[in-house]
Design a protein around this ligand. Sequence first.
Ligand code: HEM
Length: 529
Amino acid sequence: MTKDQSNHENSKTNEEREDSLTNRQGHPVTNNQNMRTVGNRGPATLENYDFIEKISHFDRERVPERVVHARGAGAHGYFEAYGTAGNEHVSKYTRAKLFQEKGKRTPVFVRFSSVIHGGHSPETLRDPRGFAVKFYTEDGNWDLVGNNLKIFFIRDAIKFPDMIHAFKPDPVTNIQDSERFFDFCCNSPETFHMVTFVYSPWGIPANYRMMQGSGVNTYKWVNSDGEGVLVKYHWEPKQGIKNLTQKEAEEIQAKNFNHATQDLYEAIERGDYPEWELLVQVMSDNEHPELDFDPLDDTKLWPEDQFPWLPVGKMVLDRNPEDYFTEVEQAAFGTGVLVDGLDFSDDKMLQGRTFSYSDTQRYRVGANYLQLPINAPKKRVATNQSGGQMQYKVDRAPNQNPHINYEPSILGGLKEAKQYGKEHTPKVEGNLVRESIDRQSNTKQAGETYRRFEQWEKDELISNLVGDLSKCDQRIQDKMVALAEEADEEYGRLLREGLAHASKEGSSQKPLGNKNGNQATKTAVDKGH
Ligand code: HEM
């Protein structure tokens, strides 16, 4: 049999088999090893449809990565409501349907991530971790786009692009540089509380299963009377919390830079389903002048003794994605994605974020990203928004006149939905200004957080800060030490002493209090934030 005959035979049998290779037009691919050429030594021809389609699709296999949180892992599962918020029925605070009934389950998709580096960067880097949850509720989707830590670096969205530029690699060398990080932070004192967390072991969670989550920003819950309360969300892992020392992280990274993705995937495969409890903190909806911080300031914790954590449900992750790109890479979360009974607060970060997410997703995934199964609500969608790249269906109501793609109309188009509860209509009044909030209190909670740390956490914090700060301009070091001193006498003193010692020894020497001895070496610039 000649080579050509053998291919021909294969193609006949292949066509009958379910696993036959086809191209994207559904045509059988009878020879996937050789392109079509003039003679078996070439040249190739331009009408090589299968080859050109295959290569040109490959050329487009990547979409732009997320500008932040590019490295991530995802899983499916469900949320189960308790029907209560602490001792009260949850309806006192919110009419959101997913919370009302004890035992009610809502499907979820979760994506965990690190923030600063690219899509295949090590999962051991010092960095906050993203914790984004998409609830496919009966009222449409709700996204709770949070982090592992409960606070954030900045409190005004206009600073976010500068902050991310400073934290990402240098635009010239493409190397992350702690001097740029601390330059931004020491000149933005509101970052100091978050810096205290991130440079402690809390900046390197052991994996995704053993970390907390938090919505960070202040949202609102609205009840059936239209009354709103301020609310913060927290996820508490049933697996316990585990963070790593710098040395432990480096040991893992030397062998495996995908350890967190692997840990999540393997736990779910073996049926060891990770679980988190969802808890909320509630505050009446006003400025709370009695507090020394503003409830809309996301650099602050709400003290637990004054605002207890109220359990409202639990989440279980029990299914791995079938395809990483389809589900995890194309997943699109946003803070604007709320359902009836949930609302925004005036938190300026939250308001800035709410524009940013869907804006970037129209660019990153495409105008019709909400038609992709991972992003589409698991309920009826009927909208007059249509067209744009990659639309593959029209989201029409079954009885809708297909000619009427506008509203209002008496000719059979879509009608406005009725309001389910009383609308929440907060009164807003004031001059348009560009001003920071009054109660800034930039370092007080950082001191409280420092004092709550265990001794090994304090040691790590000082050691990690000295390691990275000792390579910075003296003016930056001085400003960071001043912030630490303002936060806590001991914190400031240990940092000052550590830096003085490191400078005496030279930057390649082991700084005082550094158990690992490798913080002040050149490699530490790549540690990540
Ligand atoms: C991802 C913007 C603050 C958590 C993103 C993305 C953008 C963005 C553009 C990429 C989204 C995508 O490509 O799908 C911003 C802006 C912020 C801000 C402008 C401040 C003004 C925060 C804060 C948190 C947070 C405070 C934590 C509560 C996340 C998470 C993701 C993300 C978890 C990844 C979502 C995913 O897994 O797809 N952010 N962000 N961001 N952000 Fe933010």
